[in-house]
Design a protein around this ligand. Structure first.
Ligand code: FO1
Length: 317
């Protein structure tokens, strides 16, 4: 069996732990197609937060509390940069993490595409799944905001909105800069064409999954492909399990509940994405027209619980 997972962020990384555990049980192969909209250059280094969260989490090197960056991290470089007053001071790179960005940036500067760099980095971490960026091209999520006391709008990078402003400034919309010209990374369309099932991780639908689907041809390969598509709700009982999905959903005018997010994805039978939608037991009454809705505990407390979620998702189709 071949499983393709569309994923982003810490929710995606934790979900993939369960997908990998399930896959090991049944002898399946897993490909993760990961969001790059969060990527940015900081202090001259290319940082790919979602790819790194997945790589470190599956490789056993992630910080368990923060969910991002490396376990056992130290922050000497950050302090030194702050002593120079080097901006952005609101975005911290740990010393261990910086080694990843140095290798990545050196390889990118040398002409390797991000997909090849990701594969090279993964030889160290052995994530046990095939890890792919959604695209090798530049695709960055920017956020159109206005200052609290003015009505002048400006666009800032997603990380500035998320980390510096904690999504707490007047926000108008998200823009996936570069999306129109982006092409799916090598192997992504083939993985989708030969998938037996596509899972949409319980990642932020607005800023993690949407930028993946914004790559021209990628959404069509999912919705027009042979494999059934099952999503897992990132919302339990009207609240985001982690992160700030509630703020992002408010910006796009979608109700922060399991039915709202299911409706945002829509049914594959009527031009949307999903055949199945897995929600938490407390949301079992959620209705998404044209989609088979099932329920199972969705708290990713450990690998076994998460693998059980994956099994329940697959049983829907
Ligand atoms: N999140 C923060 O809240 N503060 C940071 O300084 C920060 C730095 C950082 C560096 C590398 C990295 O891979 C992730 C980092 N994150 C940081 C997490 C990141 O902003 C987001 O959680 C993800 O992009 C959302 O998926």
């Amino acid at each position: 069996m071949r499983i393709v997972v569309l994923a982003g962020g810490i929710g995606g990384a934790r979900f993939l732990l369960g997908v990998r555990a399930y896959a090991r049980e049944v002898g399946a192969a897993v490909t993760a197609v990961v969001n790059v909209g969060d990527d940015l250059y900081v202090h001259g280094l290319k940082v790919c937060p979602d790819l790194d969260s997945v790589m470190y989490t599956l490789g056993g090197g992630a910080d368990p509390e923060r969910g991002w960056g490396r376990a056992g991290e130290t922050w000497a470089v950050r302090s030194e940069l702050a002593a120079y007053g080097a901006e952005p001071t609101w975005f911290g790179l740990g010393d261990r993490d910086i080694a990843t960005h140095l290798v990545r940036t050196t390889m990118l500067t040398g002409g390797y595409p991000l997909s090849a760099v990701t594969e090279a980095l993964a030889t160290r971490w052995q994530p046990g799944v095939r890890l792919m960026p959604a695209t090798d091209d530049r695709l960055e999520t920017h956020v159109v905001v206005s200052d609290p006391d003015g009505d002048v709008q400006r666009a800032i990078h997603f990380q500035e909105w998320w980390v510096r402003y904690r999504a707490e400034i007047p926000t108008h919309r998200f823009v996936f800069v570069g999306a129109e010209a982006a092409r799916p990374a090598p192997g992504v369309l083939d993985a989708l064409a030969s998938a037996d099932v596509v899972l949409v991780a319980p990642s932020n639908p607005v800023v993690s999954v949407a930028p993946v689907l914004a790559v021209p041809g990628l959404r069509e390969a999912v919705t027009g492909g042979p494999a059934p598509v099952v999503g897992v709700s990132p919302i339990i009982g009207g609240a985001a399990v982690r992160g700030m999905a509630d703020r992002c959903l408010a910006v796009v005018g979608v109700e922060c509940d399991a039915a709202g997010v299911g409706g945002l994805y829509g049914s594959r039978s009527s031009g949307g994405l999903l055949d199945g939608w897995l929600v938490a037991p407390e949301d079992a009454g959620a209705v998404v027209p044209g989609v088979t809705v099932g329920s199972a505990p969705l708290l990713m407390t450990d690998e076994t619980a998460t693998a059980a979620m994956v099994r329940a998702a697959l049983e829907l189709v």
